[in-house]
Design a protein around this ligand. Sequence first.
Ligand SMILES: *Cc1c(COP(=O)(O)O)cnc(C)c1O
Length: 385
Amino acid sequence: MFPSEVTDFFKTQKTPFYYYDLDVLNATLSEIKKHGISKGFRVHFALKANNQPKILKMIKKAGMGADCVSGGEIQRAIDTGFTPDEIAFAGVGKSDEEMELGLQHDIFCFNCESPQELEVLNELAGKSEKKARIALRLNPNVEANTHKYITTGLSENKFGINASDLDKVLEKLPELENLELIGIHFHIGSQIEKFTPFEELCRKANALNDHIEDKGFKLSVINVGGGFGINYAHPNDNSVPDFERFFGLFEKGIKLKDHQQLHFELGRSVVGQCGSLITKVLFTKYGQTKNFAIVDAGMTELIRPALYQAAHRIDVLTSSKARKEYDVVGPICESSDTFRKDISIPEVERGDLIAIRSAGAYGEVMRSAYNLREANPTVYSDEVK
Ligand SMILES: *Cc1c(COP(=O)(O)O)cnc(C)c1O
C-alpha cells in the first residue's frame, strides 16, 4: 500500500485529490518498452485515459506516441512534446475544426470511422492543400465481454466501418485524391480481461488485411487498438499488467506482411494502476441495516462506479481497527454516487483517509464541476517530502 511518510504527507494536503505513484508508472513503461516497443511495435498512448502533462511527458520519453480523440487532445499532445508524426487521431465524430487542426500539423494518421467522414476529410485536406494519411477503422464484430458501455467492436456499436460497407469504401477511395490509405485500425472495447477476444480480433484482422491487400492497396499500418484490462481487485499484486503475454499474443496472432508494422493504442493498462483518489471520511452513519462512510470525494471526482458499475479497491490509510461493513458514498445528491456497497474495511471515523485505488485511467480526466465542486491540486510521488 502506501508507506507511512506518504500517508503523513497526504494529511497535509487538501482532499479529495488524485495521487500518482510514478514508480508504478515507470515500471509499467519499462515492461511496455521491453515487450512492445523494442520488438518494433509502435505503441500509442490514448490520452483520453489520462492527460496530466507530467504523465504524458514520461510516456513520451518512454518512446510511445499519442492517440487522440479530440482537437484538445491533439493540442495537449503537441504541448507536451509529442511530434506530429507520433500523433494519431481517432473518433467517430470529428468536427471540421478538429480535422483542420490535424491537417495543419500534418499528423501521422487519421483513423476514419465512416464513409461520410472520408469525404469530408478529403474535402478539408484539399482546401488546405494537404494529403491526409488515413487508416480505416473497421468493425470486426468481436464480442469483448466487457461492460456494455465500453464494448465497441460489435456491428451494433456506433464505431468503425462495418464489413458490409468496406468494399464500397474501397471502391470510392481512389476518387478521394487528398487521402492516402496507409492502414487498418481496430479497437474492440476496454477493460478486456480475457485473451480470447484478442485472439478472435487477430483472425478477423488477418482476413481483412488480406482482403484489402488483394484489392491492390498497400497497408503499412495494422493497428489493433487497446483495451487491455487491469486488475481492479488486486492492484498491489498486479500493479503492472502482463504485457509479455499481451504483446506476445499479437506478435503471434497477426500475420504481418513484410512492409507492415504492428500498432497499438493503450490507455488504461498504461496509467490505471499508478493513480489513486485520496479522500477523507466526513461523517459516518450507522443505520439499522447499513453503515455509511460518507467521504469528501464523489462521482464528480471518479465517475466510473456510477457509470460502469466499476468496483475499485478501497484502502483505509489511517485506521487498523476491526473491520465493519460500509457503503462508501460521496456527497453528491444522486444515489449512484456510491463507490462501493457492503464492503468490509477497518472501522473508520471522521477524518480518516481512504485511497480509492486503480484510478489512474478514466478518473481525473472525467472529473466534472457538477455542484460547482472545485478541483484540488494533483499530487505526485516525487513531491512527497
Ligand atoms: C479509448 C480508446 C483506446 C484506449 O483504450 P484502453 O481500453 O484505455 O486501452 C484506444 N483506441 C481507441 C480508438 C479508443 O477509443
